[in-house]
Write a protein that binds this ligand. Structure first.
Ligand code: MD3
Ligand code: FE
Length: 204
């Protein structure tokens, strides 16, 4: 299997075949049934364009009180378990002593994007972040560990798997745009990104 290295970020194009992608969508329909997608609001009161939910011991949430990992969905229910196929991929690519605490589910509809940011709320940066792309293609931008550093862009397609470890764990990254309707995985279009993270402790 080919692997591309983009500024220390490892990208495996098409690691998941069509059957594996379909099976993941089935598992994710159960996750969103139990823990529905929400539109997070930033601490400054702006709605994010990406809708989110999570699976695992913790989920990442944002509201007027701030960004944090929380043990329950905003509705009060526990987050559903991380799908086995996702855990299998983590164990194959990351291995080691522990499973991820959080599998964040990002859903991109028409016009959704994610600005350049670092993932810093986990409290433990020694573990990599594993990302799985499903559905419509997205233009992923990767920079350095300082915001002004130059950036590189790569299109992520359905079935692509990305691993951010080592120095790349704290690099700035974002999604500039999604080519809505470019994939037939989801009947209504859209993009799903799963990110698995180890979280040191609940941050608030
Ligand atoms: C590089 N999600 O949820 S995944 C996020 O496609 C997030 O939804 C994007 O950024 C998405 O925080 C990008 C790829 C990714 C995830 C985490 C990283 C790249 C990363 C952490 C460090 C460096
Ligand atoms: Fe991120």
């Amino acid at each position: 299997m080919t692997m591309m290295d983009v500024r220390g970020v490892k990208v495996w194009p098409g690691m998941l075949d069509a059957a594996a992608q379909d099976a993941l969508v089935v598992a994710l329909r159960e996750v969103v049934r139990r823990a529905p997608l929400v539109t997070p609001v930033t601490p400054r009161g702006q709605e994010m364009s990406v809708r989110m939910t999570a699976a695992g011991r913790l989920g990442w949430i944002s509201d007027r009180r701030g960004y944090r990992y929380a043990p329950q969905h905003p509705s009060g229910v526990d987050w559903p378990p991380i799908p086995d196929a996702v855990l299998d991929l983590w164990r194959a690519l990351v291995g080691g002593a522990r499973d991820p605490d959080c599998c964040l589910v990002n859903w991109y509809g028409p016009g959704a994007r994610m600005g350049l940011h670092q993932d810093r709320d986990e409290g433990d940066f020694s573990w990599p972040v594993l990302s799985i792309s499903l559905g419509d293609a997205a233009l992923f931008r990767i920079g350095g560990t300082e915001r002004p550093a130059p950036t590189s862009s790569v299109w992520l397609h359905s079935g692509d798997v990305v691993l951010m470890g080592g120095a790349a764990r704290l690099c700035f990254h974002g999604i500039d745009r999604v080519r809505h309707g470019s994939s037939r995985l989801l009947p209504q279009g859209g993009r799903i990104n799963l990110t698995c993270r180890v979280v040191a402790e609940v941050t608030s």
